[in-house]
Design a binder for this molecule. Sequence first.
Ligand code: ADP
Ligand code: MG
Length: 383
Amino acid sequence: MKQSLITSFVRLFGRVPEVVSQAPGRIEFIGNHTDYNGGVVMGVALDKTVMVALAKRTDRKLIFASAKSGEKIAVDLDDLKKQEREYNWVNYPLGVFKYLIEAGLKADCGFDMLDCSNLPAGAGLSSSAAIELASAFAMAKLYDFQADLKTLVRIGRKCENHFVGMPCGILDQGVSGFGKKDGIVFIDCLTEDFSTYPLPSNCKFWLFNSTKKHALVDGLYAERHSECMQASKVLSEGGESRPLRSFNVDDLEAVKDKLSDVVYRRAKHVIEENDRVMKAKELLLAGDICGVGKLLNASHESSRKLFENSCEELDFLVDTVSTMKGVYGARLSGGGFGGAVMALTDESFSQEDADKVSEIYEQKFGKKPMVFTCASGDGAKVI
Ligand code: ADP
Ligand code: MG
């Protein structure tokens, strides 16, 4: 992919890029909507990435080109404002650049940028974090800006939260930045501590992407975010609002009467999900993969009943794949309201088995899900 990106860059801009970087997509392993509640979460970086090529220009223009859409958008370095809807994709690298400058990067000239990707966008695999982190690495290198990994991860998130306008937590950018091949990233979102543990070697990940996306998915995400904030406000009882992470189920039961049923259930999901993540970490370290699998299914059940961010298609995929041999567990992975289901399987689970799931799904919904197995990969880097 790197060579073809360089070739396309030369064709488009008439010179070779000065920097090429890449950043992976991720699977949310367990920890659903816990990140922006100061909770804990585990994710795995994938071997599928977004790549970015950059070279300086002599003027003060920023040119963004995308191998996928063939578009070429010009932005003035002295006027870094959010682009209109149709050029939405530019906002990811543009917002990152803006916040790098705010963090101290000195840009005396503009750049030409081309990106390419083998990571499906909008599939719950966080292509948005991948483009943010790949851009951050390439830009920091191009302008010789020294920043540690955590700073670049935070800038990616800031771009997504405040420039793009999506109130996500640190999971996506954290895993895309700190991921390791054969590793699982554990994030404490309150302290923003990132650690990596070895993945069990005899496991595989399968992704079943429903290709369904709820029309209001961003709005629904923001609504869940707001419901969680309402619960933490009540739980904090008039004091400074503390994140849901700070409370346990007993605390929640004590204020149940002060919460609407919906807000109560959202908070219960998040609080119990944090417990599941801690338990999953313990079981992983003890080598109890069957136990981890049960927690994956419990997480999905809670998304279905309490957080209501699942949908018929995802429930059906989880139910279908969970009955098959070699499957430890399955759950929706990512924000929900459509998107993908992740299954953790042993090595006996084959493409044929996955195809069977596809066929059963097609009989019910009239179209096949997008299915692939993926391996873990390294976090963002200049290549
Ligand atoms: P996800 O992060 O799950 O893939 P999002 O809706 O958060 O889904 O992000 C997808 C958006 O990210 C795309 O619509 C596009 O705007 C942007 N994006 C993804 N990949 C690229 C890329 N290679 N180049 C530029 N923008 C990208
Ligand atoms: Mg995203």
